[in-house]
Design a protein around this ligand. Structure first.
Ligand SMILES: Nc1nc2c(c(=O)[nH]1)N[C@H]1C(S)=C(S)[C@@H](COP(=O)(O)O)O[C@H]1N2
Ligand SMILES: [Mo]
Length: 504
């Protein structure tokens, strides 16, 4: 009986040790969560909406802390069980920890926009589990040869176990301390009140309501994420300012408070990444609130000869934006809110730039700190140093969302649909083509604004068998989307999106 308790304790302590190291790793990397909260998130995602609603009605606003506590209790029980299992079958305890680690990994990596560094906490956790388990249980197995040297293995186990317990607590506290800055920024963000910032929701008619087409407005937690930062900068609004300088008459430095007190402008704008392949997912649409850069630059007084704006972020990332795109009145702004909420940390909190009609890599500087009016001749930026073009206007493009590539549908009249975009220009028509036949017009959702994508639907007649479906868009200038295939490098993919589906 006594040894069984010791085996369970060994499992529990190994588990706690791994939780502590994985937590420290997660806070060190500035990740949004840690393996335990990631698994809780996974549970939320896997819980059917109706069940979740009922539960939330019962427990109210405590749903999330309760869920995290629940996950914690379950894993603690599992840790003890793995320890017990190891007594009979050493492999079973190891397998249990590995499976748990894989669940943590999946929970993390299936989150939208999860960075690759998100695998590290689970990895470190599993390694800790296995090492501590091996170390502790070595003292529980009968060891005839060591018996002489160590007269009381039970005592040794207890000493080691206390050591692991204290060590885990220290590592866990360290994790708490390391994560303190990000927690403080999260709290400052939560406490922000941005009077006048609206959240109107999608205008009527922009969503055609066809299952499978990406929703017209992207929620902040589904918004694609691209950046080069290992640890996303966590900046308190009070610690933020931006400097506008270079070829200007009067340099301007703005604090966060000064920025949000300026005249506000709000727009729908689709942002997309130059590295998005044809048909790819690196594109999202949101409602942005901020201050026009045009007004700021005019206040600063742009000097003749300038043609570029070099933007630098808090983490040292740089991009070069055509000055004309910030002055021609297209709504380029320093944005501080997305869908009516302060920007999420991962999307540039407290302030980022957005410029309709340009790919993110030449315009959408997150955590922006420095705006230098200059000339393209005089500098290179992060991505232009890596072979991408200095200028990156968004190419006319379209995408098929339904049916999904490779899917089966009933033969006959088949409903197809998707999205088309060319921000700052606008879409006037979308056409689809089945099996290389004639192009037929698609129906566009209510036309809204040139800066956001537009949903389209069409119906094609598909006899039983395999089919190829292509789409192309026409922009407001009458230009038809090119069939010429281009790789994303150096200035964006082109070519029609074609999918195959089978009619049964
Ligand atoms: N500071 C910083 N800003 C950045 C980047 C970056 O790596 N660092 N990536 C850019 C790229 S390539 C794109 S496509 C957009 C993506 O913005 P999002 O992550 O909010 O979708 O941010 C841009 N701004
Ligand atoms: Mo990008």
């Amino acid at each position: 009986m006594r040894t069984r308790a010791q085996w369970a304790l060994a499992g529990l302590l190994a588990g706690l040790g791994g939780l502590a190291t994985s937590y420290l790793t997660a806070t060190w990397l500035g990740l949004r969560g840690n393996p335990v909260t990631d698994v809780a998130q996974l549970v939320i995602r896997l819980t059917p909406g109706s069940v979740a609603e009922r539960l939330i009605r019962i427990v109210g606003r405590h749903d999330k802390p309760l869920l995290v506590t629940g996950v914690l209790i379950v894993v603690l029980l599992l840790f003890a069980a793995f320890g017990l299992l190891s007594r009979r079958w050493a492999g079973a305890g190891i397998a249990g920890f590995v499976v748990l680690g894989v669940i943590g990994l999946i929970a993390n990596q299936t989150q939208y926009g999860a960075p690759a560094t998100g695998i590290l906490p689970s990895l470190v956790g599993v390694l800790t589990w296995l090492a501590v388990l091996a170390m502790l249980t070595a003292h529980l197995r009968p060891q005839p040869f060591r018996e002489a040297a160590s007269p009381d293995p039970g005592r040794r186990f207890l000493l080691l176990a206390s050591g692991v317990g204290v060590g885990s607590a220290v590592v866990g506290l360290l994790g708490w301390k390391v994560g303190g800055h990000r927690r403080a920024v999260d709290a400052a963000r939560e406490a922000l009140d941005l009077p006048g910032v609206t959240n109107p929701g999608p205008p009527p008619g922009v969503d055609v309501g066809v299952d499978g087409i990406a929703s017209w407005q992207t929620s902040a937690n589904r918004f694609y994420r691209i950046d080069t930062s290992l640890v996303p900068p966590a900046i308190k609004p009070d610690d933020w300012s931006v400097r506008i300088h270079g070829m200007v008459d009067h340099e301007i430095t703005l604090t966060y408070d000064e920025l949000v007190r300026r005249p506000r402008s709000e727009i729908w704008m689709t942002l997309n990444c130059v590295s998005n392949p044809v048909g790819g997912p690196l594109i999202s649409n949101a409602w942005w609130s901020g201050t026009h850069l045009k007004d700021l630059l005019e206040e600063a007084g742009v000097q003749p000869g300038a043609d570029a704006v070099k933007q630098t972020s808090d983490d040292g990332w740089t991009c070069g934006t055509p000055l004309s795109a910030m002055l021609d009145g297209r709504g380029a702004m320093l944005a501080y809110a997305m869908n009516g909420e302060p920007l999420p940390i991962e999307h540039g909190f407290p302030v980022r730039t957005i410029v309709p009609g340009l790919y993110g890599y030449v315009s959408a500087c997150k955590w922006v700190r420095d705006i230098e009016v200059t000339t393209f001749d005089s500098f290179t930026a992060y991505w232009t140093e890596r072979g991408w073009s200095a200028e990156g206007p968004v190419k006319l493009a379209s995408r098929i969302d339904v049916p999904g590539n490779g899917h089966h549908v009933p033969s006959g009249r088949v409903r197809v649909g998707g999205l088309a975009w060319q921000q700052n220009t606008g879409i006037s028509a979308v056409q689809v083509q089945l099996d290389g036949g004639g192009w037929q017009p698609a129906t566009l959702a209510r036309k809204n604004i040139a800066d956001s994508w537009i949903q389209w639907v069409a119906t094609v007649d598909a006899a039983p068998g395999r089919h190829l479906l292509s789409v192309r868009a026409v922009n407001d200038d009458g230009q038809v989307q090119t069939a010429v295939r281009a790789d994303p490098v150096p200035n964006g993919a082109s070519g029609w999106h074609t999918i195959s589906f089978t009619a049964d």
